[in-house]
Design a binder for this molecule. Structure first.
Ligand code: NOJ
Length: 533
């Protein structure tokens, strides 16, 4: 089952994002690993997804949990070995699951051998040219840029020069004008493609190139205020498209060998968002996350606007939209829709969960690809009250506690049992502590309850495969206030009610699936349903 045989399998696929540290731990050190993932692949097959995306699993000092890469062609020892990786890929393929890797081209780790060599070689050396080293302005950094995680974007070295880091000081930015960098990354893509990887999620894909003059920005604190990438001299530079044209040629070369595409999926944020169509092109990236859905409040009108924008995007690029409700950087959807957040409290978790279930049916009914973040199928809430001394996200430290960071959506997954580690590990001392309340959210618990969110996802994924694979575009229909209704293909209808009161079910046909019961043929508040004629 699963992997469709067509070349463009990614256009309608459902990909499950595995946050490697928090999915499953096989060796009892409290940190997830590749053999843990291997042991749970049958779970993903049973759920019914088409592919997995693994967050970075390269050797890394873990200052940003793997997004600080020390070696792009090996496996983090705490996660396993290349041999484990090969077995993971083979077993996933055996189950019909594709495997996407996360590639991090904007920056590496201070422990990358080329950065260590650059530090050792000193000012003016060719080694330093692979990064952005500059003399400062007296005791001040070379310009006024701030890092995405707070603080200046420059770190001073003992010899007085500064180097650029758009994220933490442990993540120096590569100089993409340097041919060594270009060539190295092309080799990295080939290395993993040769090992059977099916595609790549590209981290901070609108980054890479910088304005070579490194001019000051008008409002250096804007990025920190809105927590998004707006520095026009550092993001979304025109030269980056040439990088992706070269990468696409490589992906297409491998696709031509066996007729199966190797998609490139860009994480394009900040000012890049409104330029997404410039990246998603037949000669560049196959996909880019379409953030409008994730950014949208739980509101029918906002969802309708999102869908229209998605349709425009698809028309402009010729590629179906890539929908996403959550990821490892965002407050979990069940908490977000209930008004909760770290520091702000849990919110109305009951309403949030009902809305998250409804939004899942919405996303899975839309034309295009869908990415599910691990735990969404369990309606896992955000942990909003992590003890401050357990916070590990560099955002917390870099903003001096003003932002609590992303740990709350990265808590190790609860699999079974009633106490920590809930089957995640052999030790209860997991890298982030699991709350007791996770007992209500285990996979075991969810699988034993036919009304659980897990069963909702599983049924939705099956129906989607059977009814929507070739259903084509979508048509929005008139709907009662607070509701959204659309049709696809031959007789498929999806409706969602974000208002306060039940509305008449918009369709007289047979209900296929609903996120809550439909009493008296009405669609209750915070509910979505699918019908067939
Ligand atoms: C985006 C990733 O999703 C995030 O987790 C990471 O911290 C930054 N890029 C830096 O690599």
């Amino acid at each position: 089952m699963n992997a469709p045989s067509n070349a463009a399998w990614w256009t309608e696929s459902v990909t499950y994002q595995i946050y490697v540290r928090s999915f499953a731990d096989s060796d009892g050190d409290g940190v997830g690993d590749l053999n843990g993932i291997r042991s749970r692949l049958p779970y993903l097959r049973e759920l019914g997804v088409d592919a997995v995306w693994l967050t970075p699993c390269y050797p890394s000092p873990q200052h940003d949990h793997g997004y600080d890469v020390a070696d792009y062609t090996d496996i983090e020892p705490a996660y396993g070995t290349l041999h484990d990786f090969d077995r993971l890929v083979a077993e996933a393929h055996g189950l019909g699951l594709r495997v996407l890797l996360d590639i991090v081209p904007n920056h590496c780790s201070v422990e990358h051998p080329w950065f260590r060599a650059a530090l050792a070689a000193g000012p003016g050396s060719p080694e330093r040219e692979r990064f952005h080293f500059r003399p400062g302005d007296g005791d001040d950094p070379p310009n006024n840029w701030r890092s995405m995680f707070g603080g200046p974007a420059w770190q001073r070295t003992p010899d007085g020069e500064w180097f650029l880091h758009l994220f933490t000081p442990e993540q120096p930015d590569w100089n993409w004008n340097h041919p060594d960098v270009v060539e190295m990354f092309e080799g990295v893509l080939r290395f993993w493609l040769d090992r059977g990887v099916d595609g790549f999620r590209i981290d901070a894909a609108q980054g890479l190139h910088k304005d070579p003059e490194l001019p000051d920005v008008a409002d250096p604190f804007e990025e920190e205020r809105i927590a998004d990438a707006t520095n026009v001299h550092a993001w979304n530079r025109p030269e980056v498209h040439e990088v992706y044209r070269a990468w696409r040629r490589i992906a297409d070369e491998y696709a031509a060998r066996d007729g199966s595409d190797r998609p490139l999926i860009g994480e394009i944020t900040g000012i890049g968002k409104r330029h997404l169509h410039e990246y998603v092109q037949p000669d560049q990236l196959h996909q880019g996350f379409f953030w409008d859905l994730l950014d949208s409040p739980f509101d029918a009108e906002a969802f309708a606007t999102t869908i229209r924008r998605g349709q425009e995007q698809a028309a402009r690029t010729g590629a179906p939209v890539t929908w996403v409700l959550g990821n490892h950087d965002t407050v979990r959807v069940a908490t977000r829709y209930g008004g909760g957040a770290p520091g702000a409290g849990p919110g109305d978790i009951e309403a949030g969960t009902a809305r998250a279930r409804a939004a899942a049916l919405l996303a899975l009914a839309l034309p295009g690809a869908v990415y599910i973040y691990q735990g969404e199928e369990l309606a896992l809430p955000e942990v909003v009250d992590l003890p401050l001394d357990r916070i590990t996200d560099p955002i917390y430290w870099r903003t001096e506690g003003r932002r609590l960071g992303r740990d709350g959506c990265r808590i190790p997954l609860p699999w079974n049992g009633t106490t920590a580690p809930f089957g995640f590990s052999g030790t209860p001392h997991t890298w982030l502590p699991q709350p007791l309340s996770f007992a209500r959210h285990t996979v075991e618990h969810a699988q034993s309850d036919p009304a659980s969110t897990w069963h909702l996802y599983r049924q939705a994924l099956r129906l989607r495969r059977d009814l929507l694979a070739d259903a084509g575009p979508l048509q929005l229909l008139p709907a009662p206030p607070g509701a959204l209704v659309f049709r696809r293909g031959h007789g498929f209808t999806c409706a969602l009610n974000t208002g306060d009161a039940p509305v008449d079910a918009p369709h007289p046909g047979t209900p296929l699936l609903s996120s809550a019961p439909l009493p008296d043929g009405k669609l209750p508040a915070d509910t979505a349903a699918w019908w067939t004629d």
